[in-house]
Design a protein around this ligand. Structure first.
Ligand code: NAD
Length: 376
């Protein structure tokens, strides 16, 4: 058994999901490699201690540069806000570390290109946490699409809807609301939510060639949590875009943090000549499927409960009929990363894959600004 000694930077929401995945993956998936929680990196030692103790991190570093200098770290996991991804990833690549980076890859395409160049030059294994690919029902959608069952694809439709920033008193910036601060996040719903939808779409339906978008910032000024001053909000609160896929199909994407009643409604639907599929994060273990070849008297949408051992990842879990949840998408991603180390095959989505998503995000934001169609 080879150790994969992890140094994790940041211990918020994603720090928790990843820590859980490193612990859980080797208990359910076979690999020659086993993650070891070697070091947690956080700026405040006292605040980080309970987290490190709870998850079993062997040590704590308070400066990510010091973490990168350590010989006993094989892989760096970047779980910080978006504005830190580039600098940490490039330095980690130079230090010869494997890199698992949270999404979006970067603040923009230019940063992403530098990051891809750095990891490819260093030849280090790399992966970006677009975890929804690893929800078994979404992986099953990929299997069904690749089998050709849908025939020619006409439409790809995706939404990611939330409602947590409707209140104008929610501040921007700081530890809890960095997502509303353009300097920390790069963009609003486009990089935060649509990036997930775009990654899934590129994976399932191939390249996007051009886009036209509109964005809106409904609350124009918010108090900045760090300065206490009201400053303009420069992120997109909502974004909708149309696109063409290379395979000739049409795409329609929408994301907002102003859809009252929706917390994390990520849905997609794909319509093909012979069949359609749709998926909903709120019911994530189900895949809906309509097959026009069914006998007409029983033809209709079927709801596939993705829990059988034949279905992606499920053979490693319980018995047919018993489902798994959100956190397992991260466990699957760790398991696949470990497998990639066993086989020497690259893990996906790689930095290069995630750069393609970044390019689409940038084209969307440019299009909204210019009110134009933009090539990706
Ligand atoms: N894959 C997904 O579904 C998903 C979901 C949520 C967030 N994300 C991404 O994960 C990243 C982190 O998001 P989050 O929700 O975990 O944020 P968070 O605010 O919960 O956690 C961020 C962490 O980074 C730490 N941090 C900030 N600056 C640091 C520094 N200089 N050195 C060390 N640590 C530092 C903070 O202390 C905190 O622990 C973002 O890029 C976000 O887009 C991905």
């Amino acid at each position: 058994m080879k150790e994969l000694r992890i140094g994790m930077i940041g211990y918020g929401f994603m720090g928790k999901t990843h820590s859980n995945a490193y612990v859980q993956a080797p208990n359910f998936f076979q690999s020659e490699h086993k993650p070891v929680l070697k070091a947690l990196c956080a700026r405040n030692l006292e605040k980080a201690k309970p987290f490190a103790e709870n998850w079993g991190y062997e040590s704590i570093e308070t400066d990510w540069r010091a973490l990168l200098k350590r010989d006993d770290i094989d892989a760096v996991d970047i779980c910080t806000p978006n504005n830190l991804h580039k600098e940490i990833a490039i330095e980690a690549a130079k230090a010869g570390k494997m890199i698992l980076c949270e999404k979006p890859l970067a603040m923009n395409t230019a940063e992403g290109e530098e990051m891809v160049a750095a990891v490819e030059k260093a030849g280090v294994p790399n992966m970006v946490w677009y975890n929804y690919r690893r929800v078994p029902a979404v992986s099953l959608a990929k299997q069904i699409l690749d089998s050709g069952k849908l025939g020619r694809i006409f439409h790809y439709r995706a939404n990611f809807l939330q409602d947590w920033t409707i209140n104008a008193d929610v501040p921007q910036g700081g530890a809890a609301t960095w997502r509303l601060d353009v300097d920390a996040a790069g963009s609003g719903v486009t990089g935060d939510l649509l990036a997930h939808c775009i990654d899934t779409a590129l994976w399932l339906n191939g390249s996007i060639t051009d886009v036209t978008a509109m964005t809106e910032t409904f609350v124009k000024e918010r108090m900045h949590a760090e300065t206490g001053k009201k400053t303009p909000v420069e992120i997109d609160d909502a974004c909708s875009f149309l696109c063409h896929f290379k395979n000739g199909s049409l795409g329609l994407f929408e994301s907002t943090r102003y859809a009252r009643g929706h917390k994390a409604l990520y849905t997609f639907e794909i319509n093909g000549e012979n069949a359609s599929i749709r998926w909903d994060l709120h019911d994530l273990h189900r895949l809906e499927y309509f097959d026009h070849a069914d006998e007409s008297i029983v033809r209709g949408w079927r709801s596939i409960h993705v829990s059988d051992g034949d279905q992606p990842y499920m053979g490693n879990w319980w018995v047919p009929g018993l489902q798994i949840g959100y956190e397992h998408s991260f466990t699957h991603q760790v398991a696949d990363f470990l497998k990639s180390l066993d086989t020497g095959e690259p893990a996906h989505p790689s930095f290069r894959d995630a750069l393609e998503t970044q390019r689409v995000c940038d084209a969307v934001l440019t299009s909204a600004k210019k009110r134009s169609w933009e090539n990706v």
